[in-house]
Design a binder for this molecule. Structure first.
Ligand code: SAM
Length: 299
């Protein structure tokens, strides 16, 4: 049943002992490649003082490796059916804090701050459930835009959406936020045999390292910026200023039209520009100018 690469034989025993049946709807394709687990932990460059936030602890193979290297792993897992298995497997680890919740409904910033942790010191690891890759990534950028580093396992097809360039079909909030967040590279590709049960698709491991120059705390990335991007890309091909006029935004926010005109001038754009052609940095500037004009646009 299990790939020979999984050095930790406890996995098969554990699954059998607890008679655990994975739920594919929750993206439960557990990593059974010891090499991949080690690569993720290596790529995070953990030191004994680090705190890691893990999304989707699953059967805990990755959680355990991270906890061996870091001061604390805060692991959020939705499926409570995993509790007996996971608590037994991690019972000797004192540096794991399990949070049983849907990560999409947790304010991750509040969660960390309630534990006395600064969000910009946190490293994130996630073998993301495929059904929620985009939503969870948007959530990470909304709640923790200053996290130090993120190692994310995604389905191969999602890489195009995450790294898309302006003007391309797949360019959208996810690629904008990823680009503004930092440097990105794929450091491992995994075929279905690295997981149990086997998914139908290949996966990629992405390493994202924060660009401190752009995401300093004063930049104002966060939930409102993510909401703004979602709003802006709803009609990516329409002329953006024409749309604002039609929606009555210039009547609602009196300083907005001037702010937009200055943005067009300063960026050498035509007033009929489309959102899908703006660079990530221009979208951030557009948002900041809208905020300065006392409008979030998406409201
Ligand atoms: N980290 C484990 C590993 O590498 O084998 C499990 C990865 S598995 C691909 C994704 C995990 O995310 C599953 O355990 C699933 O139950 C959990 N999950 C799915 N949706 C979630 C959500 N909204 N919030 C928290 N965890 C979730």
């Amino acid at each position: 049943m299990i790939s020979p690469d999984m050095a930790d034989q406890n996995f098969e025993e554990l699954i059998n002992k607890y008679n655990f049946v994975p739920n594919r709807a929750l993206g439960q394709n557990f990593l059974i490649s010891r090499r991949a687990v080690l690569n993720i932990a290596d790529e995070l460059e953990l030191t004994p003082s680090d705190v890691v936030l893990e999304i989707g602890a699953g059967t805990g193979q990755l959680t355990r490796e991270l906890a061996n290297r870091a001061r604390l792993v805060i692991a959020v897992e939705l499926d409570r059916r995993l509790e007996p298995l996971l608590t037994s497997y991690l019972r000797d680890m004192h540096s794991v804090d399990l949070i049983w919740a849907d990560v999409l409904s947790v304010d991750l910033r509040d969660l960390l701050e309630s534990k006395g942790l600064q969000p910009d010191t946190i490293k994130i690891a996630a073998n993301l459930p495929y059904y929620a890759t985009t939503d969870i990534m948007l959530k990470l950028f909304a709640d923790l835009p200053t996290a130090k580093k993120m190692i994310l396992m995604v389905q191969k097809e999602a890489v195009g959406r995450i790294t898309a360039k302006p003007g391309s079909k797949q360019y959208g909030p996810l690629s904008v936020l990823t680009s503004l967040y930092g440097e990105i590279r794929t450091f491992m590709k995994l075929s279905p045999q690295h997981f149990w049960p086997r998914p139908d698709i290949d996966s990629s491991l992405l390493s994202l390292t924060a660009r401190r120059d752009l995401i300093g705390a004063d930049v104002g990335l966060g939930t409102e910026f993510v909401d703004f991007l979602i709003y802006a890309f709803q009609h990516r091909r329409k002329q953006f200023l024409g749309r604002l006029r039609k929606e009555g935004k210039f009547d609602q926010f009196l300083l907005l039209e001037d702010a937009m005109s200055c943005f067009v001038l300063d960026n050498n754009l035509n007033s009929d520009f489309r959102i899908e052609n703006l660079l990530p940095e221009q979208l951030l500037e557009l948002y900041k100018r809208a905020v300065a004009a006392e409008s979030y646009l998406s409201s």
